[in-house]
Every structure is written in structure tokens, then in C-alpha cells.
Design a protein around this ligand. Structure first.
Ligand SMILES: O=P(O)(O)OC[C@H]1O[C@](O)(COP(=O)(O)O)[C@@H](O)[C@@H]1O
Ligand SMILES: [Mg+2]
Ligand SMILES: [Mg+2]
Length: 333
């Protein structure tokens, strides 16, 4: 049975069929997640992936389910967060699929939104040629969000489509196109517990938002941190604002936490298609060349004007970015 009630108009039918396979798995995962704890414990520990991340049962289940479903189609290469290296599925297939099978794993057992992120490239002869390339080469990208509602958000490079899962039929219903990301927004998302590890431009940017109407922006802001990239993306697509996961000075976090190939490039493609901007703080993420499958990148995305403003903080002289800190120093005894 087709998982999408309507195939996207004008899209390459073979590409749309791959999205339909992904949608079929997403619908089944949504069903299993809704029943979590009844007959299986999806949040229990299940080992460690190649990057040293602790895996949950659902990470492993989701990875196996996507790999099995994509095997029967046009996927030649499969690059997953949960696999050390690229897996060849159909040697004759036309596509290379990068996937974060389960994003936001730390939220599985807290009943907070989690998701799946995917990007589809034309398959090249080798795995490296297929995936170690700029995100600009993506043919399609999207995510499924498993939340109070399960939705599938997808782009084929001509705007962004939204499907909603009808739990009664197990099919995704096309509900329309996503409107351009609003420019006016006062929400920012960052894991503020890492403040002391950030560089001066990020600290200064956040200091100015925390200062709110008493600071240089003259505006009060609100902070969000869901710790699920898909959920933050979903909110920003609807309401605007900015998300930041910068590099920091913790061991292993020089380029932040998020992975370029199967997390940031697909989200960046969606965000640009919705009129927003996605950078590493300064440069567009879709122009970044990954040097390895699991490479990380600092990641900033959201309303185009907000992301541009953050970039400007990197060009301020250090006397400016440390100004507020200096002032605070006066109050220290
Ligand atoms: O726990 P932190 O450092 O705030 O990181 C949260 C980030 O890590 C992630 O959970 C990483 O994704 P995975 O769960 O796929 O490893 C993102 O969804 C989220 O934005
Ligand atoms: Mg992830
Ligand atoms: Mg993951």
C-alpha cells in the first residue's frame, strides 16, 4: 500500500517512490512509538554507535527498518548515523540516501517529540562520491516528526510539502505547502548550559538576547530547547526564530554536535526551500564539503534575517564581543 495519499506533483516518480518507502516506515514507527512500554521498551540502552553515542533500542530498530524498506527500491548507497560506513543496498539503484533514523534519542523515554531526518542524492559510483559532497546536490530531503501528531515534511527542491499521518488509515495525507518562515520572531533555541564553553561571538549574541528590552536589541526574547533537532525545525518552520548548536571548547565539540551529512544538510535544504537560512555561523551549510561520513558542523538556522544577524557578531572586534563581560567584571568582588 502506498503510504502517501498523493504523490508530490511534478516530482521524479522514482524519487517520490523512495519517499513513499520512508513514509511507510515512519508510519509504522509512529505506531510502535505510540505503544512504547506496552510490549517493547524503546528507550532502553542498546550499545554504542561508531561515533561513540549511546544507542537506544529505537535507534537500532529504526535503522534496521529503514534499511530493510529501502533495499527493495532504488537506493544504491545507505549512509546512516547508526552504521560505521555506507551500506550498499541495490547496486543498480539511482539514489544515495543519508539518514538519521531516530533523531532526539534522549527524548524517547520522556514522551517528547523525536523524528527521522533524511536526504537523497543521486548515487555516484562510490560511497564517498555519493555523500562527501555539498548539500546543494541534494535531490530531496525531509523529516518525519513523531509527536502529538506525526507529520512528514519534504522538499524536492521546489518549496516544502507537509503531510500529516492519519492514524485511522496509517497513511500520510498531503495538507499543503509550508508558508515562508516568518521574519518576525522572538524565539531562540540553544543549549545554554554550554555557555561557558562557547566562543565570544556566540556569547555576545546570547547575552544580547538575554538582556532583552534592556539590551542593544530593545526586544524581549523567549528561549526554547527541546533537544530534538526535528522538533526545533518544525517550530521554526511554523513560527520563525533561530536555532544554534555552535562549536565549543568541550573535548570533541570543536564543530558542535550535529552531523553534516545526515542531519544538517537535509535540514538546511528544507530551511532554504522555506525561505530561511542555514549556516555554520557564517557560511551556508549547503556549501560545506564533508570530510568524512560522520563529520560534524556548527549549525545555525532559522529566519534569514536572524541568521544573518548572528553572522555579523563574528565580524565584531573582540573589544565589542567581550564588552558585556567586562562590565560584569566590575561587579565581581
Ligand atoms: O543534548 P544536547 O547536547 O543538547 O544535544 C541535543 C541535540 O542532539 C540531538 O539529539 C542529536 O541527534 P541524535 O539523537 O540523532 O544523536 C539533536 O536532535 C539535538 O538537537
Ligand atoms: Mg540526530
Ligand atoms: Mg539519531
Amino acid at each position: 500500500m502506498q503510504a502517501l495519499d498523493q504523490m508530490p506533483h511534478g516530482a521524479d516518480p522514482a524519487l517520490a517512490a523512495e519517499i513513499d518507502r520512508i513514509a511507510g516506515v515512519a508510519a509504522e514507527l509512529a505506531r510502535r512509538i505510540a505503544r512504547g512500554g506496552i510490549s517493547e521498551h524503546l528507550g532502553s540502552a542498546a550499545g554504542t554507535n561508531s561515533d561513540g553515542d549511546a544507542q537506544k533500542a529505537l535507534d537500532v530498530i529504526a535503522d534496521a527498518a529503514f534499511m530493510a524498506a529501502l533495499k527493495g527500491g532504488e537506493a544504491r548507497h545507505y549512509a546512516s548515523e547508526e552504521q560505521d560506513s555506507v551500506v550498499t543496498l541495490n547496486p543498480q539503484g539511482r539514489f544515495a540516501i543519508a539518514i538519521d533514523p531516530l533523531d532526539g534519542s534522549s527524548n524517547i523515554d520522556t514522551n517528547v517529540s523525536i523524528g527521522t531526518i533524511f536526504g537523497i542524492y543521486p548515487a555516484e559510483a562510490t560511497p564517498d562520491a555519493s555523500f562527501l559532497r555539498r548539500g546543494r546536490a541534494l535531490l530531496a530531503a525531509g523529516y518525519a516528526i513523531y509527536g502529538p501528531q506525526c507529520a512528514l515534511i519534504v522538499t524536492f527542491g521546489d518549496g516544502v510539502l507537509k503531510y500529516v499521518l492519519d492514524p485511522d488509515t496509517g497513511r500520510f495525507v498531503l495538507t499543503g505547502r509550508i508558508a515562508p518562515i516568518p521574519a518576525e520572531a522572538t524565539e531562540y533555541a540553544i543549549n545554554a548550559s554550554n555557555y561557558r564553553h562557547w566562543g565570544a561571538p556566540i556569547r555576545a549574541y546570547i547575552d544580547d538576547r538575554v538582556a532583552g528590552s534592556e539590551g542593544p536589541t530593545g526586544t524581549d526574547f523567549n528561549m526554547r530547547w527541546i533537544a530534538s533537532l526535528v522538533a526545533e525545525t518544525h517550530r521554526i518552520l511554523g513560527r520563525g526564530g533561530i536555532f544554534l548548536y555552535p562549536g565549543d571548547d568541550r573535548p570533541g565539540y570543536r564543530n558542535g554536535r550535529l552531523r553534516l551529512v545526515y542531519e544538517c544538510a537535509p535540514i538546511a535544504f528544507l530551511i532554504e526551500q522555506a525561505g530561511g537560512r542555514a549556516t555554520d555561523g557564517r557560511e551556508n551549510v549547503l556549501d560545506a564539503l564533508p570530510d568524512s561520513l560522520h563529520a560534524r558542523t556548527p549549525f545555525v538556522f532559522g529566519s534569514a534575517n536572524k541568521v544573518a544577524r548572528l553572522a555579523a557578531y563574528h565580524d565584531l572586534p573582540s573589544s565589542e564581543t567581550s564588552a558585556l563581560f567586562g562590565k560584569r567584571g566590575l561587579f565581581r568582588s
